[in-house]
Write a protein that binds this ligand. Sequence first.
Ligand SMILES: NC(=O)c1ccc[n+]([C@@H]2O[C@H](COP(=O)([O-])OP(=O)(O)OC[C@H]3O[C@@H](n4cnc5c(N)ncnc54)[C@H](OP(=O)(O)O)[C@@H]3O)[C@@H](O)[C@H]2O)c1
Length: 252
Amino acid sequence: MDLGIAGKRALVIGGSQGLGLSVCERLAQEGVNLLIFARDAARLAATAESLRAAHGVSVEVCSGDITSAADVDRLGAQSEALGDVQILVLNTPRPPSPMRDFLDETEQDRWDQAYQQQLHGALLILRRITPLLVASGWGRVVAITSASIKQPMVRHALSTIFRAGVQAALKHLALELAHTGVTVNAIAPATVITPTFSTFHNLEERIKAVPMKRVGQPEELAAMVAFLASVHSGFMTGENLQLDGGQTRALV
Ligand SMILES: NC(=O)c1ccc[n+]([C@@H]2O[C@H](COP(=O)([O-])OP(=O)(O)OC[C@H]3O[C@@H](n4cnc5c(N)ncnc54)[C@H](OP(=O)(O)O)[C@@H]3O)[C@@H](O)[C@H]2O)c1
């Protein structure tokens, strides 16, 4: 199926490894040009080089921290200068490790870090980048949240609480932008394997909770992002799709 987005440019936040990198790979396969944002400049440069070599698309990078308003503003200026960013993939950093029960989260630093990285950073990106999509007359915002905002998972308070805020922001934005040609949707994953995920969680324990009795692959998430970023998802906005092998036991 032709996704109808070849030649457009996607800005992928946290696109230098893990889920974000899989998204970059998949979009590049579809002929989508990229702008990748993350902190580590050397890893960004290596990622960009390998994507260019494999897929022949244009790949620009911006090194910065999602929690820094100045860095996000610089990212916005670079996006404006490129002039062709029409897809935003909002993939925020992981919550602080190790994950703990709510009442065991006694360190204010961890609360501040989780808020800054997951909610504050997401709001900075949405506020700076989404107007550029609106100005272009067509756009797709695809966010990666967490299944924990639909069914809270044990020891996930620092993820659930702030990502629920992100989901609220996405819903507001979806409704406000529905008439503009810009859609805003999210994917709520759980137990999708990445190198970092494996260091965070006991895989055997996690798989026990998955009705499909396996982990998800990053390529499965990337395929959903590609669909939501495509021309074919145009009548869908404000949606949050589960990707969790059946883990979330909610009716809708
Ligand atoms: N896998 C799952 O099943 C699952 C489920 C629910 C939610 N999630 C969420 O999905 C997201 C991605 O997971 P992942 O395993 O792919 O993570 P990851 O491997 O840690 O990758 C994170 C990416 O974000 C960048 N990044 C980290 N901190 C940043 C910052 N402060 N500013 C800008 N960029 C930053 C990293 O590059 P630099 O370090 O160079 O900045 C990297 O490119 C996480 O938020 C995770 O909690 C995943």
